[in-house]
Design a protein around this ligand. Structure first.
Ligand code: CUA
Length: 331
């Protein structure tokens, strides 16, 4: 009971359960739970060992300063202490190794009979997400915001289109690297609905730090409605301002790199923007997705994210206003 209370206190001190915050000690799924359990076990046992060792050191210093006459230690006594200490250390290290292996096995033991597959490709410096369904052939892409249904095993097919990246959503699972030309997969499950931040965990260039990912774990019904919505092409604008915005998008350089399904914009090297306004952040977590940030991002993305591959788009005030209104309408 006391141990639980100490854990809780440490959790409160060092962690937080806020939305969109990454936190390995606030697990939202079985695998992160195993990792957190192992972390706590290691922290507590190693702290105890540290206290014992430092205590023994202080005790030895204290005894030597008092220069007690019967301080001489016989060789056989010393040998016994050394043997016991080495034995205890080796036993503890082996126990940790075994626990580590057990945790690793548990991480891979997620049931796989009803998996939901999503493709996740790392790119400098954003996450390309593709939802497919082999039976119905439904297929759409989105970026930087991974929606998953709660309580279901997710198979993430991982790939990279350029350099090595690493998928890491601490509230859900450990890390897994994404290699170019070497696809791999990882299975995970969220048991608690919420928004969990992920971060590329392998240095991948100048904007590695700004390669964040939001995982939105939703109850089944909510997820189904999101999924149905995302499959739709972008709504055809009827409003003249929005129509002008769509024209700007198609005629300026935007359409060369981005796709908006339902328009002539079919670029594939940058995020699919079909339902851009439904996303919480822009630039892979560099800013909240607000009109102000978006305007700054379009005119000069390098101010927010230096070295990003998106070029600045010089637009007049009317064009910009129309474009922003259009992009904001893509829910
Ligand atoms: Cu991608 Cu670091």
């Amino acid at each position: 009971m006391k141990l639980r209370r100490a854990c809780l206190l440490l959790t409160l001190l060092f962690t937080s359960g806020c939305d969109g915050v990454q936190n390995a000690l606030n697990p939202a799924g079985p695998q992160a739970g195993r990792i957190a359990g192992l972390s706590w076990f290691m922290l507590i046992t190693m702290s105890a060992i540290y206290i014992i060792v430092v205590g023994a050191l202080l005790f030895a210093l204290y005894r030597s300063r008092r220069r007690e006459p019967n301080l001489e230690v016989h060789d056989h006594q010393l040998a016994r202490v050394v043997v016991v200490a080495v034995g205890a250390t080796a036993t503890f290290l082996v126990a940790l190794f075994v626990l580590d292996l057990m945790t690793n096995r548990a991480l891979n033991a997620l049931e796989r009979d009803d998996v939901f597959t999503i493709e996740l490709t790392g790119r400098q410096w954003w996450w390309d997400i593709a939802y497919g369904d082999t039976t119905s052939g439904v297929y759409f892409r989105t970026a930087n915001e991974l929606h998953i249904p709660v309580g279901r095993t997710i198979r993430l097919r991982l790939a990279s289109s350029d350099v090595i990246h690493s998928f890491w959503v601490p509230n859900l699972h450990g890390k897994r690297d994404l290699f170019p030309d070497h696809p791999s997969e990882i299975f995970l499950r969220a048991d608690t609905a919420g928004v969990y931040r992920g971060q590329c965990a392998e240095f991948c260039g100048q904007q590695h730090a700004n390669m964040a990912l939001l995982v939105v774990a939703q109850e089944q019904a909510e997820f189904r409605s999101w999924f149905a919505q995302q499959q739709q092409p972008a709504a055809v604008p009827t409003d003249s301002l929005l129509l002008a915005g769509q024209r700007v998008f198609e005629q300026a350089s935007c359409a060369l790199c981005h796709t908006i399904r339902g328009t002539t914009a079919r670029g594939t090297v940058a995020p699919d923007l079909t339902h851009f306004a439904s996303r919480r952040e822009l630039g892979a977590g560099v800013a909240r997705n607000t009109k102000g940030h978006l305007g700054g991002w379009v005119l000069n993305p390098h101010a927010l994210k230096p070295h990003v591959y998106m070029p600045a788009t010089p637009l007049g005030p009317e064009q910009l206003e129309a474009l922003l209104a259009y992009l904001e309408s893509l829910r």
